[in-house]
Design a binder for this molecule. Structure first.
Ligand code: FE2
Ligand code: FE2
Length: 485
């Protein structure tokens, strides 16, 4: 009789919590934006300051302060992840970007804010905006907070061990999953080629873990696909193709069980390459016609090996077509040729896109100049309709952005940065966020500040940061995964 009441009141409290969180972030972002536009005692400014105070105070009923932290592009209020409704996504992302540009992990607002005149709240908003223009925003901000009088605010310098722990452990899990997945495809391939029995239990479990990760942390998932292990090219490539294919599959709304099958097909698509002599596979320079004929056999070799896997006929039959088709082009040219005139399967078309993208962005012995990810996408777009399904390719480019995660950009004054976050949705064509790379005394690259490359100078309308060109990471000796994962 009484069981429904606590549940509904809990639901009610949860809803209130969400609304309070949304209200605070909205008030915060409105404050920093409004002080940019208005000055003096404009009533809009006064209104913003009051709303900000109230939005903080509604949190101080239970505690004497409000703790706001950022970790992996998420807000945490009083140590709890901020959940929000769809219509607040825009303002919340903008506020997150703002924290990120300042290099700010968090702020604590004390209840004494209720005695603070609106002018001081506005001064706080102004200070944050001025900090954004500095080379080292956070250090500048800390200095100003000490010089000027803001006893009601405190800068949180680290994200707290529990949040940091969650962040680190996710990265750690991602790294582990990647290497387990790599090991599992290696193991299956080696067993099958040496005549031993092999099943898919381990690879399937690893693919499932990867799908879980993709659902909670897309940037990390994409960052994992930038891993390159040169000694293990074929296997690294297989894992990356599996990840990119699943990510593309998710964008077009494929069900979870189908994503799992797509991941396995991606993982096994090049298995047949183990049967190609290494001197042909790694030959620097152009292959002879005979050598190319040998290479062309790998799609069918992959199918032959998949048939040997210990799994139900039904399961295996669903895994044969995409690896067979992965070098067939959208117009049905490519290889292996057959008399079939049916269009390629959806998974075959997805894997073909992920395959070419990963292969062209990986520096190989036979390719003297590695091509940067954005240039690869341009080259692929030129071949849409002929080589690739044009709609899927568009979705793929949209999901990766004009400068995909891991792209190295050269900016003016010879500065370098690495793309760490790409816009998506309606902003997909916008410029990304990047991490500045600074050389230390030993000439090694280390992390600098995060910059928003889409920012424009309000006076000139020009981008604040000029992008000169994109570079392949190998050209400057940078391993993107080191900075991303
Ligand atoms: Fe292949
Ligand atoms: Fe491949």
């Amino acid at each position: 009789m009484t069981t429904t009441r606590p549940a509904s009141s809990e639901k009610e409290m949860h809803k209130k919590w969400i609304i309070r969180g949304e209200r605070f972030i909205q008030a915060f972002y409105r404050l920093v934006q409004t002080v940019k536009i208005h000055q003096g005692s404009n009533p809009i400014l006064m209104d913003c300051a009051k709303e900000f105070n109230n939005a903080v105070l509604q949190w101080c009923d239970e505690d004497d302060n409000l703790k706001v932290q950022v970790s992996r592009y998420r807000f945490y209020l009083q140590n709890e992840k901020l959940l929000y409704r769809k219509q607040f996504a825009g303002v919340i992302n903008n506020a997150l970007d703002f924290f990120e540009r300042l290099g700010l992990h968090g702020l604590r607002f004390y209840m004494s804010i209720n005695r603070i005149p609106p002018e001081r709240v506005l001064a706080f908003g102004n200070l944050l905006n001025r900090a954004e223009q500095q080379d080292t925003p956070l250090e500048w901000l800390v200095e100003k907070f000490t010089e000027e009088d803001f006893p009601w605010i405190e800068i949180i310098h680290d994200i707290g061990t529990h949040l940091q722990g969650a962040d680190r452990s996710r990265k750690e899990t991602g790294r582990k999953n990647y290497s387990y997945l790599l090991a599992s495809v290696k193991e299956v391939t080696k067993k099958l080629t040496s005549g031993q029995r092999a099943g898919l239990r381990k690879p399937v479990r690893m693919i499932q873990n990867m799908i879980d990760l993709m659902m909670v942390d897309e940037p990390l998932f994409l960052a994992l696909s930038t891993v390159r292990i040169y000694d293990d090219y074929t296997y690294t490539h297989s894992v990356n193709v599996a990840l990119l294919s699943m990510y593309l599959g998710k964008q077009i709304g494929i069900s979870r069980s189908s994503l799992e099958r797509l991941g396995i097909c991606g993982l096994l698509h090049d298995m047949g390459k183990v049967e190609i002599p290494k001197q042909i596979l790694n030959k620097p320079g152009k292959l002879t016609a005979e050598e190319f004929e040998v290479v062309k056999k790998h799609s069918i070799n992959s199918v032959r090996l998949i048939v040997k896997i210990e799994a139900s006929q039904d399961r295996k039959s669903k895994m044969l077509l995409p690896p067979f088709e992965h070098h067939l082009k959208y117009d049905l040219s490519g290889y292996p040729q057959s008399r079939r005139k049916k269009p390629l399967s959806l998974f075959g078309r997805i894997i073909a896109i992920a395959d070419v993208y990963d292969a062209l962005t990986s520096p190989r012995i036979y390719r003297l100049h590695a091509v940067s990810p954005d240039r690869v996408l341009e080259l692929m777009l030129e071949k849409a309709e002929k080589d690739f399904d044009p709609i899927l390719l568009k979705v793929f480019i949209n999901m990766l952005g004009i400068y995909p995660i891991g792209t190295i950009l050269q900016m003016d004054k010879g500065r370098l940065c690495i793309v760490i976050k790409t816009p998506n949705g309606i902003d997909a064509g916008a410029r990304p966020h990047a991490l500045m790379l600074v050389r230390d005394e030993q000439g090694e690259f280390k992390k600098g500040k995060v910059v928003d490359l889409s920012e424009k100078d309000p006076d000139t309308g020009n981008y604040r940061i000029n992008i000169i060109k994109s570079l392949h990471p190998s050209v400057c000796g940078i391993h993107p995964a080191r900075f991303l994962i």
